[in-house]
Write a new protein. Structure first.
Length: 334
């Protein structure tokens, strides 16, 4: 076998999720066009000859690409990540060498948006409370114990952050007849109108919304964007949805508010993962929990693999990349 020009550091299990036969074939064809072969390994240390590698395809758990690691890749020109954030492993050394970095986060937007929508509908209809009441107690229905149920039609729903997932979620709730409130200081009134949302400040959105869905970027100024003060602004019976990053919500403040039973929540991301067996979140009847799997659909994974294959092909052909990451953009990644 010729020396690899495209090296994929992706486990066999994840490779099967990401790459359809057609997209794997595209990676192999691109490797041949670059003058070598395609090689997949479980760990970076498993690749013996990396002298000809032009493209490094990465997944979660990849080694930090510092000067010592990059010394093994004298011809490296592209790092293509199958996930979204590249912050854990990308270093200044990559950019200083002129290596292009790209990622497949756009492939996740639909999946995460759908989980946010599922949480939203469940919270509006009081599904967590009623489900847990039936599961844990003998009563059929205690009138009023679950709170007022709502339809999404005409419901004020706050979307915090017009990110890729925020926009995907916004389009879905609009299609179901919600009245979206958009909180994003980078979006003007005209663009908000194009998105079908009413631009409002954070406090106003929290006071008005039946459900608040968090989709903001990870920035110093968004750390605990939703804390005790903000949660207190939510109307009784409102719901909070977080499928973005736990960075955005003060977990202890959220736990305190949830324990009162005044609000409900749907949560996919946590300060500590895996979520501890003794976590209070596990015992609250007004909470829906998923184990950071909002992006884990079959279709979404294949979109991620397709994006990577397309970006690798574009690089080999000298075309602009659609999902390139600049050094300055690293600060907005979780």
């Amino acid at each position: 076998m010729s020396a690899p020009t495209v090296l994929a550091v992706v486990s066999a299990a994840l490779a099967a999720e990401f790459f359809s036969p057609a997209d794997e074939a595209r990676l192999r064809e691109t490797a041949a066009a670059l003058g070598g072969g395609f090689l997949r390994v479980e760990r970076l240390a498993d690749a013996e000859d990396t002298s000809a590698v032009r493209v490094l395809v990465t997944s979660w758990g990849i080694d930090r690409l510092d000067e010592d690691v990059l010394a093994r890749f004298p011809r490296l020109g592209l790092v293509a990540h199958t996930g979204a954030t590249v912050k854990p492993f990308v270093t200044d050394a990559l950019f200083e060498r002129g290596v292009v970095v790209t990622q497949a986060g756009a492939g996740m937007a639909r999946s995460v948006g759908e989980v946010s929508l599922a949480f939203t509908l469940a919270l509006l209809h009081r599904v967590p409370t009623m489900h847990n009441s039936l599961r844990d107690g003998p009563a059929w229905h205690d009138e009023g114990s679950a709170g007022v149920q709502h339809e999404i039609l005409d419901a004020p729903i706050a979307v915090i952050g017009a990110s890729r997932t925020g926009r995907a979620y916004l389009a879905m709730i609009r299609a179901l007849g919600a009245r979206p409130l958009l909180v994003d200081p980078t979006i003007g009134a005209e663009e908000a109108a194009e998105l079908g949302a009413e631009p409002v400040g954070l406090d106003e959105a929290l006071r008005r919304a039946l459900v608040v869905a968090v989709h903001a970027p990870t920035l110093p100024e968004t750390h605990h964007l939703i804390g005790a003060r903000e949660l207190a602004l939510l109307p009784d019976g409102a719901g909070l949805v977080n499928t973005a990053r736990s960075w955005l919500v003060d977990e202890q403040a959220l736990l305190a508010e949830l324990r009162t039973g005044r609000i409900a929540a749907g949560i996919d991301v946590f300060d500590e993962e895996p979520l501890g067996a003794d976590s209070p979140f596990r015992r609250l009847p007004n909470v829906l929990l998923t184990p950071h799997r909002a992006a884990g659909t079959r279709e979404g994974r294949l979109r991620q693999g397709r994006i990577v294959a397309e970006e690798v092909e574009a690089f080999a052909l000298g075309r602009p990349l659609a999902h390139a990451v600049t050094r300055s953009q690293l600060s907005t990644m979780g």
